[in-house]
Design a protein around this ligand. Structure first.
Ligand code: 9Z3
Length: 323
């Protein structure tokens, strides 16, 4: 047997973990349908279609870890989906076509200015057979519908939902492999909050775990780090941005810097849970840039300057790749 050098051994172990994650994951129920939608969407945006748009995969919301195969209980990851939804709107405005991979039930693009329960709060019944938009919400409803409709009709937005970590990683792999054909014009903006630990499908209880059997003892396995495989194997020429979330500001930037190197990301957006809507720090190999929400503008959010900066970096990356 050939001797392995130090870097090959962990790589082998990672590939084994990834293989066992995918082998044991329950198959996607709509896998062929997702692949068809992806191929159509990417085909419509490819150079050969005459469009040659940049395409970005935005991930948004938190993944769940089921504790039972017929799932009643699960472990969840915090994320409202606001970051992904807002960023999608700015990316479409900047000329990107967006594959929005989102957790079911989280915030959606173009719906941020609507109340929590838009159907019940934005509409009123005028008689037995007619309803109308309430005056107070009419501008927000009109904007949400027309902007969303325009993005979908122009083929600039494809929405794909997930719930579990199994669905998320399987769909992300399908997207990454499909985007490979676009080379450096493809971008990944990985804002979803992804579970670090999971229960492998084959060791998971089939039925609802019974409470009568005393304290619950359960072994969670580490979710294999897919970022490096995404970067190196699935879509090696795409521009990749991941996010680092911490609650302790003292370790945030160091951990973001480590992720940048370890996974070969082009940028890591560092954010702290409490201040994530005010400030983020973009960490790249050439330094760190702090990005703030413009408090002098009403309705301004941190995603606007963040996307401006990342689009600029992506343009420079494309230019450097074509020399
Ligand atoms: C983020 O850090 C996102 O910015 C937030 C956005 C989840 C904080 P909201 O959806 O919040 O607007 O409420 N996402 C990535 C979190 C994550 O799981 N990162 C992993 C890590 O920190 C790396 S993939 O280890």
């Amino acid at each position: 047997m050939d001797a392995m050098n130090n870097s090959e051994a962990p790589k082998e172990a990672l590939y084994t973990d990834i293989k066992s994650f995918f082998d044991s994951a329950p198959p996607l129920t709509h896998g062929p349908d997702i692949s068809r939608k992806l191929n159509e969407f990417i085909g419509r945006n490819s150079v050969s279609s005459g469009k040659g748009n940049r395409v970005v995969c935005v991930t948004s919301g938190g993944t769940t870890v089921p504790l039972e195969q017929r799932c009643v209980r699960y472990i969840d990851n915090f994320s409202s989906g606001h970051r992904g939804a807002a960023s999608t709107e700015y990316l479409v405005k900047a000329g990107y076509s967006v594959i929005f991979l989102y957790r079911r039930g989280t915030c959606q693009p173009y719906c941020r200015s609507l109340p929590d329960n838009p159907l019940l709060e934005c509409f009123e019944s005028i008689n037995e057979s007619n309803i109308q938009v309430c005056q107070s919400h009419s501008e927000a409803v009109r904007r949400a519908i027309s902007e969303h409709h325009a993005a979908v009709a122009e083929g600039l937005l494809l929405k794909l939902p997930f719930t579990t970590i199994f669905e998320y990683l399987q769909i992300l792999q399908l997207i990454a492999i499909s985007l490979r054909s676009l080379g450096p014009s493809a971008m990944f903006y990985l804002a979803a909050a992804v579970s670090d630990f999971y229960v492998p499908w084959e060791s998971m209880a089939e039925h609802k775990i019974q409470s009568g059997s005393g304290p619950l003892d359960m072994r969670l396995v580490q979710v294999p780090k897919m970022l490096s495989v995404l970067r190196k194997e699935w879509a090696p020429t795409a521009f990749c941005i991941s996010f680092k979330l911490e609650t302790d500001s003292k370790i945030l930037l160091e951990k973001a810097g480590m992720a940048l190197k370890k996974y070969g990301m082009h940028a890591v957006v560092a954010n702290e849970l409490l201040t994530r809507k005010e400030e983020v720090v973009v960490v790249t190999s050439s330094g760190m840039i702090s990005v703030h929400r413009d408090n002098t503008q009403s309705g301004a959010d941190v995603e606007r300057p963040l996307i401006e900066l990342l689009v600029e970096r992506h343009s420079a990356y494309i230019e450097a790749s074509t020399i």
